[in-house]
Design a protein around this ligand. Structure first.
Ligand code: ZN
Length: 319
């Protein structure tokens, strides 16, 4: 008699953060208008997604796609119970975000020494010092902060990053009182075993941290990495509609894992997300249409498993 094997751990519920409006759009050639972004944002909230990264407050010249984040934030319809976060590189960005009405911001730092030195002429620890005024400002203005560790799973300069190097940055974030941390893989170098082993270690060593995993699907390992993350006990993941995106600083980097592919996989596995998948797929199609970019989304191409069986049943009935 068949009984389901035990041993792997599956949560009942997983949270998805939609980062398409920031990470997805920031690398697109076509810059969307404020109205287009607002339309996408409404569709995202309409699908039931509760955590949304709406843009970034970086220098407008550095990332022109994000130059109007201020206007998006000022004009967006805020739904109760939805967290709207933005990415900020420094105090100036945080101040602009706060002025626009933001109460949740994400700081980001590359854990790779060479990456930091090459791009910013500072070590990661030196860069962390720049976050101190951000933390003070955030405390004064009641802004919640989240911290991202980019290149955590691999770096174009350094290859694999030793776990001690990640841990060092985690400790620095904790010293600043930031306890929501995302391990980010813009280069698409993470593999499932690494995610399971390092993820498990981080969860065990830092139980006070709320962990988020952020995978790009550059080498088609992102869904597998999410499974490995679940096994490590992590239940919050970033995704971008239609799998849009890349990274302006990393040549050849492909998009984030498609939000709708993550939702579809989880629902097929009986894991709830609270998200309406057909609506998330509509959002992704709309994003494709607006950007003129296909991105990479399997469920948009093939449809849901559920649709396939429905169609078969329909065809049989018509015969
Ligand atoms: Zn990313």
């Amino acid at each position: 008699m068949y009984t389901a094997a035990t041993g792997m751990r599956w949560p009942n519920q997983v949270a998805i953060c939609e980062v398409g409006l920031r990470d997805g759009l920031q690398n697109e050639k076509k810059v969307l208008s404020v109205d287009e972004k607002l339309e996408l944002l409404d569709m995202v909230t309409g699908s039931g997604i509760k955590i949304i990264e709406v843009g970034s407050f970086v220098h407008p010249k550095a990332v022109p796609q994000m130059a109007d984040t201020e206007r998006v934030v000022r004009q967006m319809t805020r739904m109760a119970g939805v967290e709207y976060r933005v990415l900020v590189p420094n105090l100036k960005g945080l101040e602009r975000a706060y002025d626009a009405g933001i109460t949740k911001a994400k700081l980001t730092i590359s854990v790779s020494e060479s990456h930091c030195i090459n791009n910013f002429n500072q070590t990661p620890l030196e860069m962390m010092k720049g976050f101190v005024p951000c933390v003070e400002y955030a405390a004064k203005h009641n802004i919640k902060l989240s911290g991202a560790l980019s290149s955590a799973w691999g770096c174009a300069f350094e290859g694999k990053i030793p776990v001690q190097q990640i841990e060092k940055i985690v400790l620095e974030y904790l010293k600043l009182g930031i306890t929501e941390l995302s391990l980010s893989d813009a280069t698409g170098m993470a593999n499932p075993r690494q995610v399971y082993e390092i993820g498990s270690y981080m969860v065990k060593t830092f139980p006070q941290v709320k962990w988020i995993l952020h995978f790009h699907n550059t080498r088609d390992m992102a869904l597998s990495n999410i499974i490995a993350g679940l096994q490590a006990g992590i239940t919050t993941f970033d995704g971008a509609f239609a799998g849009l995106g890349g990274c302006p600083y990393i040549p050849g980097a492909s998009g984030n894992i498609a939000t709708e592919d993550v939702i579809h996989m989880l629902h097929e596995m009986g894991i709830a997300t609270g998200i309406d998948l057909p609506k998330a797929m509509d959002t992704a199609r709309k994003a494709q249409q607006m950007t003129g970019s296909q991105g990479e989304s399997h469920v948009l191409k093939a449809g849901r498993c559920e649709d396939l069986t429905n169609e078969k049943a329909r065809n049989q009935n018509n015969r």
